[in-house]
Structures are given as C-alpha cells and as structure tokens.
Design a protein around this ligand. Sequence first.
Ligand code: NAD
Length: 424
Amino acid sequence: MKKICVVGLGYIGLPTSAIFAKAGYEVVGVDVNPKVIELLNKGEIHIEEVGLPELVKEVVANGKLRGAVSPEKADAFIIAVPTPIHDDYTANVDYVVNATKAILPYLEKGNVVIVESTIPPRTMDDVVAPIIREHGMDPYQDVYLAHCPERVLPGRILIELIENTRIVGGVTPEASKQAGDVYRAVVTGDVIETEAVTAEMSKLMENTFRDVNIALANELVKISSKLGVNAHNVIELANKHPRVNIHQPGPGVGGHCLAVDPYFIIEKAVDESPLIQTSRKINNSMPDFVISQVDRLTCELGNPKVAVFGLTYKGNIDDVRESPALDIAKELVGNSRYNVSVYDPHVRDEQVSFKLDTFEDAIDGAHLVLVLADHNEFKQLDGELLAKKMKTPVMFDTKNCVPELSELLIYRIGDLTNLKAIQE
Ligand SMILES: NC(=O)c1ccc[n+]([C@@H]2O[C@H](COP(=O)([O-])OP(=O)(O)OC[C@H]3O[C@@H](n4cnc5c(N)ncnc54)[C@H](O)[C@@H]3O)[C@@H](O)[C@H]2O)c1
C-alpha cells in the first residue's frame, strides 16, 4: 500500500489526508471545489482545526500530499463527502454516489474502497456495491469495499483520528481485513472489523443514543415545569446512582450529526422506530418551548428588548448548522413585538441573515438576556455591568451554564417554577 486517494476534503477528508501523508503515504486529495484544491496546493487550508494548518503545510511542502479536482489511480480510495438530509428527512446520498462514480475510471482489481461518510444502513450493499458492479467489477471479489465511520470531535480531530477506536465494516470479511490494515498503519486505537451494515448502524446509534437521552432530559424539563420541580437538581441527584447518566437539557439539538443521523434509521425502519421519532419531535419542540417562556417573561412589557446570547449548536464553536439557537433567534427577530439584539463572539456576520451586535450594544437597555449557547464567555459575565446597562436585570439561561450573579435574576431552563412576568 503506497498511494491513497481521498475524495472530499472537508472537516473529515482533509485531516485524514494529512495524517496518511504524515505517515509516509503518497496522498492525493480530491475535491470538486477548485478553491479548496488551489489553497491546498499552496499548503493552505479552508477550514479551522487545531494543528491542521501546520500539518498540511508540512506534508504539502515535502510532496506527500497534493490536491486535484479529479481522482487518480491509487491503492486505496477514501470517500468523505457530505451526507445531508432532504427536506422530507430522507438521507441525501447523492454525494456518495457521485464520488463513487468519480473513482470508477481509476479503480483496479485489489483496490480498497472505504466510505467514511455517515450513511443509512445497507448503503454499502444497496447503493455503493451496485455502482461498482455496473462498472463491470465484482464489488465482493474484485475490490475491498468497507464503511469506516468517523466519530471525531471538532477541535480534537487530529488527535482523535489517531487515538479513537475505528469500526471497519467490510462487505466481506476479507474487505474488513484489507480496509482495517489501511487504518492500522496510522491508528493507535483499536481497529475492529465487522460487517458493513453493523458499522453503518453502530455509527448512527451512537448519535441516536445521545439524541434520545437529551430528549429524555428535555421531557423532564417540561414535566418539572408543570409539577414545580427543579429539573437540574433532579438530574444531579439521579446521576448519583452509579448506573444512571441523565443528559443535560437545552434549547434543542443541533449540528449535522445528532440532529440528522437518527433520520437515517427512521427512514429505513419507520414502523420500528417510534422512540427515535418521538425523541426527534421532543428535541425539535424545544425552540418553541423556549420562545413560550420568553413570551411569559415579557408579556407585561410593551416592546421588550431581548438580548440573545449565542447562536451555535454547542459552546465554543462557530458552527450554526441545524442550530436550534439560530432558529430561536430568527423567530424572535421576525416578531415585531420584540426588539432583539444578538451577540455571539464566535459567529461572523456573513453566517447569519440578521445583524449581530457587540456585547455592549446587545445588553444596552435590554429587559432580558436569553442564553442559548454555553460559550466560555457566558460563564464569566460581569453581573455588575449587566445590571448597570440592562433596563431590567433578568436572564433566561437555557444551557444552565451561567454561574449565580447576585445582581441578576436568573431563570434556568430546568427551574421555571417561580417564573414571574418582568415588570419595568
Ligand atoms: N465533521 C464532523 O465532525 C463529522 C463527524 C463524523 C462524521 N462526519 C461525516 O463525514 C462526512 C463528511 O463530513 P465533513 O464534515 O467532512 O463534510 P464537509 O462538508 O466539511 O466536506 C465535504 C467536502 O466534500 C466535497 N465534495 C462533495 N462532493 C464531492 C465529490 N463528488 N467529489 C469530491 N469532493 C466532493 C465538498 O466540496 C467538501 O469540501 C459526512 O457524511 C459527515 O456526516 C462528519
């Protein structure tokens, strides 16, 4: 094994290319976006990831990694293209189909073909293998076809690509072994071989597990609000049980994994997945729940100023994809009853369709600060300054991340029992 062709140079494909290049392989990274290739061949990158600029610079300079707009002959092909959902919540595997078709002219007997993109169960057998068969090759004998899902955490991708356990699901046992060997050359974590469909399902169940458990915490929030219980205390105490781990509630679930992957299972087994579907519904209902609490808090004010803090789907990142915080902000901005200011130190103007404010402008004259992301900046707020600048020093913290501030009245998502309408 000498040469690897990686198709799709995003958050997964680019670091993967760089890691194989660093290990001494000749790597050609392919992307349909010519800007990505142009930058790469200058040793530069188009995404943010810790340590990646330096690594890419090094492996491009020593000739181990280069970019190209179309694939080339190689010993192994790794496909890492997007798999979004359609408007009807079914998986869009078109990018995987196109990437597979793109490698066909260069595919030779004995090559390893790995799909790293997250895919619905049976995609390797029902979608990828038939494309190779139509090309005149036997996908179960002539090539080694496998799904190897990714489970890296943005910000730690270079570490986790090497240290995480890898699940390698081949369409045959020999395909699992051959694809496993590709990873064994660079991975220090375990490389576990299994069948393709098991690998597909295991990746989807990891994210579905988290989605379902967050839904349980969010349901607890609604139950607690009705019964007059503090859900945060309930979670803390219940989690003292050695085998209980209730997740944290919040304004919903976002991102391109947790909020998307469960639909890949639902699509394939709609009658058998009521729990997963209900969990999606509960998590999707949270933005409305948050807005209804904002309505309750501000119902006695004429034109309340709400300062939205945080737009990303989790803390300390700049990603607003599928973000419930963004949905809440949009809804409030579009409602003329509210005067809305929006502050997020991690998000740039071009990422959103409305105006972003500075911290000072956001809080100036505000009746309510609505915290929607647990950025570190929000864990160190100056209560005195907030109280001085705000019209009424009230906060609704949907992430339960802001410490107690003696100058502010803070309502937390799991403790809305004593919620009272704000008076000017
Ligand atoms: N980013 C993560 O943290 C993460 C984690 C686990 C799994 N995944 C999965 O990995 C896959 C890739 O995700 P990503 O975040 O790297 O996506 P991304 O959007 O960052 O990058 C995908 C790249 O593929 C390119 N592309 C699209 N079609 C192509 C084609 N036919 N040929 C060549 N290039 C093509 C795009 O131009 C883009 O640069 C997805 O299935 C995703 O669900 C991502």
